[in-house]
Ligand binder design. Structure first.
Ligand SMILES: [Cu+2]
Length: 201
């Protein structure tokens, strides 16, 4: 005689079947109870998504769309910032590139110009006559062992006040930017035979 034929086991199986049926019924009831809510929430989510898509299409300008208007949601905010940053970077790069383009000319004060004689070969300042365009910076380089000057004016008329290097010590430099056109004669106050000219065109 197998166990399945035992009436007590039939009863156990019967109880189990009832328990399973009851469980299924309970699950069914729970589903009936919360099912509509789940569907309702789903519908709300769908509506909200559709509303968001509508707002996004209108760049969040419609009424009620400001709730979505956050960084990263708009199509334009971040690209616009990136564009401005790019332009700023380009301006900065242009500024950097302009710096070496400032033209400069060097006038050398050669060794020995502290003694008369250099004026005979126009070599007290080298070059003694210099032609530049407006905005050019002229750098006087003292390559002599003595101090010299480059003072606008003439030995006869004196300084005219346009520019004055003061004493340029041995090995030092003086620079002046010529922004106005004209012919600028200059000389060395302590060695009046030293005369030079910068012509700005
Ligand atoms: Cu001098």
């Amino acid at each position: 005689m197998s166990e399945m034929q035992d009436p007590h086991n039939y009863r156990k199986v019967g109880y189990s079947m009832i328990l399973v049926a009851a469980s299924l019924a309970a699950i069914g009831l729970v589903q009936v109870g919360i099912g509509p809510d789940v569907l309702f929430a789903d519908d709300m989510q769908r509506d909200k998504t559709a509303f968001f898509e509508m707002c996004k299409a209108g760049n969040y300008m419609q009424e009620g769309c400001d709730m979505f208007d956050k960084n990263g949601n708009t199509l334009y905010e971040i690209p616009r910032m990136t564009l401005e940053e790019t332009q700023d970077t380009m301006v900065a790069e242009e500024t950097v590139m302009e710096t070496p383009q400032v033209s400069a000319e060097i006038v050398s004060i050669p060794e020995g110009s502290g003694a008369p004689g250099c004026e005979e070969t126009n070599e007290c300042y080298i070059p003694s006559t210099l032609n530049v365009s407006t905005g050019t910076t002229v750098v006087w380089e003292n390559n002599d062992s003595a101090a010299h000057l480059a003072t606008s004016g003439t030995p006869d008329g004196g300084p005219d006040g346009i520019f004055d290097s003061g004493m340029i010590m041995a090995g030092a430099t003086y620079e002046y930017e010529f922004s106005d056109k004209g012919e600028f004669v200059y000389y060395c106050l302590v060695h009046p035979w030293m005369i030079g000219t910068v012509t700005v065109e």
